[in-house]
Design a protein around this ligand. Structure first.
Ligand SMILES: C[S@@+](CC[C@H](N)C(=O)[O-])C[C@H]1O[C@@H](n2cnc3c(N)ncnc32)[C@H](O)[C@@H]1O
Length: 363
């Protein structure tokens, strides 16, 4: 008798799960459990095994569910959102993660927003606006509420440490030595509390960093900056829709910035940088890249989940490599797109364009 797909998948799953357990055991780590987080900063081969476990477990579950139960599960997700809201509202400390924010009522308003604002690229015509009954954009709301702004900045720092989104990947997976010389500067545009700058500062010796963000965010960032980095990392309030005040920096870095903005606004943000660029300056963005070379379906799907989140919160998108090429080209023909790079083990990519001074055309 041929083995059923369910058994065969379950056997593969068992084999991979044993490999994960064996890694923990051979490294003196406790077995994976619901009591603590496991598999942070594991070697690349093991990360592939971990992701294979996620894919296989998902397939086993779906085969066992069949289409009816799967549809019910999807339907039930909306009730999970309501539950999370309840847990947050009642401040149930055992469940709410210490550094995270979990309210997601905007997701439920996506269809209503698409009907009310068809094809809008405006940041204040979104599901978020309907859910929170506000005409201000997400970041305008945050900037008016210091506690929410502090929590959001803290969450960005939290996702920066450990695992596939660690800033370590960015610090180690890019040729920062190119810029690591006396007087070289990186401007971390919309840099939040400075998690990226701090990591790159630790991986370099001379490069200096200016972290720019909205006033409430930079004042929290400056307060939290470790003393050891005070000589090389500074904070500056700056609205990235206004001309860039730090002229002639070597790198203008934007992590998780442009994905929050539709093309019209992303172009505006990039245009504010152009008068500051010198010959050879780089603009480096760090974003999810749909359609990259991820090996498992779980990791392939992540950029698309994020794409939905951009649509819900900002009427924006995650851009593919060719979207990036078009975006830079539309801002200024002197911006030469040099492609994308995904550091090993990292789930986001670095996207770079270099400024080549010379006669500007079609501006
Ligand atoms: C998704 S967070 C990314 C933060 C940081 N780059 C990181 O990767 O941790 C987007 C950031 O853009 C900032 N931001 C939003 N609107 C801005 C504006 N008009 N000018 C400057 N910063 C802004 C927010 O305050 C927030 O810190």
């Amino acid at each position: 008798m041929t083995r059923s797909p369910l058994t065969s998948l379950a056997e593969k799953l068992l084999e991979k799960a044993k490999a994960l357990d064996a890694y923990n055991e051979s490294h003196g780590l406790p077995p994976a459990s619901f009591e603590h987080e496991s598999f942070i900063d594991v070697p690349l081969e093991l990360e592939d095994t971990r992701k294979a476990v996620i894919d296989l477990a998902q397939d086993v579950k779906r085969l066992a569910q069949g289409p009816r139960d799967l549809l019910f599960e999807i339907l039930n997700l909306s009730t999970d959102l309501a539950n999370l809201h309840f847990i947050y509202h009642h401040r149930i400390p055992q469940v709410v993660p210490p550094n995270g924010a979990i309210s997601k009522p905007s997701a439920a308003k996506m269809i209503a927003a698409m009907q009310k604002y068809p094809s809008s690229g405006e940041p204040n015509e979104t599901a978020f606006n309907l859910a929170f009954n506000t005409s201000r954009s997400f970041y305008q709301e945050l900037d008016m509420e210091p506690e929410r702004s502090r929590r959001f900045g803290g969450a960005m720092t939290w996702v920066s440490h450990g695992g596939q989104f660690s800033t370590e990947h960015l610090a180690q997976g890019f040729d920062w030595a190119r810029f690591d010389h006396e007087k070289a500067t990186m401007v971390d545009v919309g840099g939040g509390h400075g998690a990226v700058s701090m990591s790159i500062a630790k991986a370099t010796r001379k490069l200096r960093f200016v972290v720019q963000d909205l006033p409430a965010t930079v004042s929290d960032g400056a307060r939290l900056l470790p003393t050891a980095l005070k000589g090389r990392v500074s904070f500056m309030p700056h609205d990235f829709f206004v001309e860039q005040p730090v002229k002639g920096a070597d790198v203008y870095f934007l992590r998780y910035i442009l994905h929050n903005w539709s093309d019209k606004y992303a172009q505006r943000i990039l245009k504010t940088l152009v008068p500051a660029l010198k010959d050879g300056s780089s603009i480096v963005c760090c974003e999810f890249l749909p359609g990259d070379r991820s090996t498992t379906s779980w990791s392939k799907k992540q950029p698309y989940h994020m794409d939905m989140i951009q649509a819900i919160g900002w009427n924006s998108i995650e851009r593919t490599s060719s979207d990036w090429a078009r975006l830079f080209e539309s801002v200024d023909p002197r911006l030469q797109y040099s492609g994308t790079r995904t550091p090993p083990g990292c789930s986001v990519s670095l996207i770079e364009a270099r400024f080549c001074a010379g006669p500007a055309k079609n501006m």
